[in-house]
Design a protein around this ligand. Structure first.
Ligand SMILES: Cc1ncc(COP(=O)(O)O)c(C=O)c1O
Length: 394
């Protein structure tokens, strides 16, 4: 995986690194020096894998979606991360990081959340491990993902609404980092995606890589081969996509198609299409593509999907797109919503709006009849019912 792997300073090509305030240096350095040893330790692996199986419900099924396949003229498998405990792929990462935090002797847990799925996953594992949990969430997202706020509170977490900026994921992350700076000794920050300073992007990708590990085994059983022709996933910060592609990056016959949020259109001034529109910049400790004005001010992103509404992108994805290993498509709010209603009617599965962006990419590709496509259905749509109903009644 040489060409694609992170280097020892946390760079994927020109993207990545750790650009952090002085006060966090020790925390990030200690994590950097210990995360691989912890993750590779057999006792960690046993505890993590037992929890993934017995608590999160893994392996998640690989489901051949017959009616969807007919519609797009190929064979489409859905990787059912929506069926995990707490309703998305976020639990894979939260379980791994809480075990890492415990091994590092931390007692206070922070998280940021957009759609609330990472917040719920973190609040869940904190309840499980009897640890204090504080979740920062933009006030816009608190309003549009109410069910998840109620869940976090029932799980014992403190949800702090953030009212700076446009009150979404970027602003929640700013506040979480601010809190971390004020409590560096006892606090561990569970970042929810492949973003942030090194080692977070690599650590989160590794914890999510169980998705592609399972896809290989399941495809072998169902198709007699381990590699699909296409992998499709949505990208917010990039964690479900990283997990979906991790064990296929070195297999050039598998094409990688990623969907970012075009909001009202990439030229509308209201989008979160970071890979299409971003330029090199630094956000939340990491050098990556960033939506910014001429003079380098971060631009406020927009997407109907709270989980994709972020002006940066994980450095791994900035790199893979730059070198042409992945194709990144921009999917609008309307295209994602149509794709969500289509999946619901064809397959009886209501997807998260984030995952609906991956589904929206299907329409933009021409497939051959014998193409095997694996699409990561990153989450379920329960949290989005209000948005779906309002959209339909608009
Ligand atoms: C269901 C779901 N899918 C995808 C995402 C996007 O995050 P990532 O790109 O890290 O997978 C989110 C984020 O909240 C989510 O809740």
């Amino acid at each position: 995986m040489e060409k694609f792997a992170v280097d020892t300073n946390g760079f994927y090509g020109e993207f990545g690194g750790a650009y952090i305030p002085e006060i966090l240096y020790d925390n990030v350095e200690t994590l950097k020096n210990s995360y691989l040893n912890i993750i590779n330790d057999p006792s960690f692996q046993k505890e993590y894998n037992d929890l993934l199986r017995d608590y999160a419900g893994r392996p998640s099924p690989l489901y051949l979606a017959n009616r969807l396949s007919q519609k797009y003229g190929c064979k489409i498998y859905l990787k059912r991360e929506d069926l995990n405990h707490t309703g998305s792929h976020k639990i894979n990462n939260a379980l791994g990081q809480i075990l890492i935090a415990r091994r590092m002797g931390k007692t206070r847990i922070l998280a940021e959340t957009g759609a609330g799925q990472h917040g719920v996953a973190t609040a869940t594992v904190c309840a499980l491990m009897n640890m204090e949990c504080i979740v920062y969430m933009g006030a816009t997202d608190v309003a549009r993902q109410k069910l998840n706020v109620q869940k976090m509170e029932m799980l014992g977490a403190t949800v702090v609404p953030v009212t700076s900026g446009n009150m979404t994921l970027k602003d929640a992350t700013n506040e979480a980092i601010r809190d971390w700076c004020s409590h560096p000794s006892d606090t561990y920050y569970v970042i929810g995606s492949t973003i942030g300073p090194h080692p977070y992007p690599d650590m989160v990708a590794r914890l999510q890589s169980v998705i592609s590990e399972e896809i290989r085994k399941q495809l072998l059983e169902k198709e007699g081969r381990e590699t699909p022709d296409y992998l499709i996933a949505c990208v917010g910060g990039g964690s479900n996509a990283a997990g979906t592609i991790y064990h296929f990056i070195d297999e050039p016959q598998t094409k990688i198609v990623l969907a970012e949020a075009a909001g009202k259109g990439i030229d509308s001034g209201e989008s979160a299409a970071t890979i299409h529109l971003g330029r090199l910049g630094i956000i939340h400790g990491c050098k990556t593509l960033l939506m910014q004005s001429e003079d380098g001010q971060i631009e406020e992103p927009y997407s109907i999907s709270a989980g994709l509404d972020y002006p940066g992108i994980g450095p791994m994805h900035a790199h893979l797109a730059q070198i042409g290993r992945s194709e990144v498509l921009a999917v609008t709010d309307d295209e994602a919503m149509e794709a969500a209603f289509e999946l619901t009617i064809l397959e009886g599965i209501i997807p998260a709006i984030e995952s609906a962006h991956a589904l929206g990419a299907l329409n933009k590709k021409q497939f051959n009849a014998d193409d095997v496509v694996v699409l990561c259905l990153s989450g379920r749509g329960d949290k989005d019912m209000e948005t779906y109903i309002n959209y339909r009644n608009r």
